[in-house]
Write a protein that binds this ligand. Structure first.
Ligand code: URA
Length: 267
């Protein structure tokens, strides 16, 4: 009985996972075919002879997606490495920029302090401001689904933003606000030392990479950020507005998964 309900649970998880993949534009799930045992036809009066399956040749590698770009983010490797608690204490009850005037809670970031993967958004929205946690509103729920589709849990990764206080009416943070706050993001990444940083949307990408290039031209390949590789992709809020972005986002996440050695769902 217990095994049957476990099996039902697994099938349910798999179904939800595949439905999510489909909604992300994944049309096919790669399945490794088990090589068939070949049987040499029986010679008269003899048993058929089984041969070893032929070694599977790996499929032609498609145009390798992982390319390190010239684009190098501003990263001071000689800067002192602080703990996340020390960084939070340094921020304190911040009044360094005008965003503090409208905030309910400062949203520092949350997750695994030793995460191999860090997601960086733009700045807190209404729900995040009220709860003091990053990505907990609608786009946050979609981010959680994306993380889970990658075979990870929210607690495995670290999630934060360029600015820690909500911009009024969710407007894009202004250059002076980003310039004031981004030092703390850089310290957070320096503290965590992840293998991969994912910038969600052009604000995070342009802030970290110090570029004005469009998201379209930055996404889909790795940039270097200190020792970490940095991937730029669409913000989940953009996916909620335009589902056509789901497919390229998922392609970007597959590049990230390959880099982190996370096997693709379905493999
Ligand atoms: N959008 C962001 O960029 N960050 C959040 O934390 C929530 C929404």
């Amino acid at each position: 009985m217990k095994r049957q309900s476990e099996l039902k649970g697994i099938i349910g998880d798999l179904k939800r996972h595949l439905e999510f993949q489909k909604s992300m534009g994944v049309a096919r799930v790669p399945v490794e075919k088990k090589a068939k045992e070949e049987t040499i036809p029986k010679a008269p009066g003899k048993e058929p002879v089984k041969t070893q399956p032929k070694a599977q040749t790996s499929p032609e590698k498609k145009d390798d997606v992982i390319r390190i770009e010239e684009q190098i983010g501003i990263f001071d490797a000689s800067a002192k490495k602080m703990t996340l608690e020390e960084i939070r204490a340094e921020i304190g009850d911040c009044t360094r920029c005008k965003l503090h005037e409208g905030r309910t809670n400062l949203v520092f970031g949350e997750g695994n302090p030793k995460a191999r993967l860090v997601f960086v958004g733009e700045g807190p929205g209404r729900d995040e401001d009220l709860q003091g946690k990053p990505f907990v509103g609608r786009s946050g729920q979609l981010l959680t689904k994306i993380i889970e589709a990658m075979g990870l849990k929210r607690e495995d990764v670290y999630i934060c933003n360029v600015v820690k206080c909500r911009p009024p009416e969710n407007r894009t943070p202004e250059p002076d606000e980003m310039a004031t706050c981004e030092q703390f993001l850089f310290k957070q990444i320096r503290s965590i030392e992840p293998g991969v940083v994912v910038c969600l949307g052009s604000t995070a990408a342009q802030s970290i990479l110090k570029t004005k290039q469009s998201l379209g031209s930055l996404r889909g390949k790795f940039h270097q950020y200190g020792r970490a590789k940095l991937m730029v992709t669409y913000h989940p809020a953009a996916l909620l507005r335009n589902p056509n972005f789901k497919k390229p986002l998922w392609e970007d996440m597959q590049v990230v998964m390959k880099e982190l050695g996370i096997s693709k769902p379905g493999d």
